[in-house]
Design a protein around this ligand. Sequence first.
Ligand SMILES: [Zn+2]
Length: 308
Amino acid sequence: MNPHVFAGNPLDRSDVQRRDQRWLDAQASDPQSRFLPFWQLNVLIHSESEARLGWLSPTEITRLGIDLPPVFLGLQGGVAHFAIDISQLGDPPHELNLSESWRFEEARSAATQLSLAESGILAQSRAQVDWHRRHQFCSVCGERTAQGRGGHVRQCPGCKAEHFPRTDPVAIMVVVDGERCLLGQSRGRLSRTGTYSALAGFIDQGESIEEAVRREVKEEAGVEVGQVRYHSSQPWPFPSSLMIGCHATAATTEIHIDDGEMTDVRWFGRHEVLQALKGEHPELRVPAPIAIAHHLIKAWAEGDVSLD
Ligand SMILES: [Zn+2]
């Protein structure tokens, strides 16, 4: 089973039904249907004993008078689930008449409080809402586009081009040399918090996953990589990445860092990595379990990776 936050979405995306606009309209007004509102990309959460996604009814949504179509996410138990961007409202908690146990929350922080299944729905809906916000105009001719198939396409009335939601693949890898592994600190957030993580980079056009792993490690750390093994993947909706996690064997060990991108890259021994994963190392910090990097590092440190 995929252990990652943002993976494990239980919805059936219903690709056949979503092509039928009349079916979508009927679902959108069915009293059983559920709507997940986003305000400035923050998701509505309801928390009493435990946090859950803050689903609203079609009546509550209609009352808001939002002039954007909802995005159809999929079906669960025959019930239609939608996401809707309500950013045009000035004060949504007031306009929705929400009690104190409801709040709009940033998706990373929300994801750590939700079940894995709900974090998967959050990944799909945040990525979709954000993609529609950023793709209002045709990239071929500049005309305003319109949403089709419940949000799985944007169509241009001018040149008839169809634009599909994008996913950007990122290779993320823990390079291993016997009893030690290669971790780095990129400029920005990691260096501010003193955290060392797996190296990572966007996969380029015309490049395989293995080639991207070898290129990124060479660029960021100057280390040559031999064998590459896929481990697992994680949707990362900021805005639309897919993290592709790998382990790799080092073919060379001398480090030459790219100091434009990285503040430090080092080899760390298995023992100190195990300590850091438990939060018991005096200096070394590694990413939290929300990130696939944590699980790639842990799988290697605990001996669950075979690279022969
Ligand atoms: Zn166009």
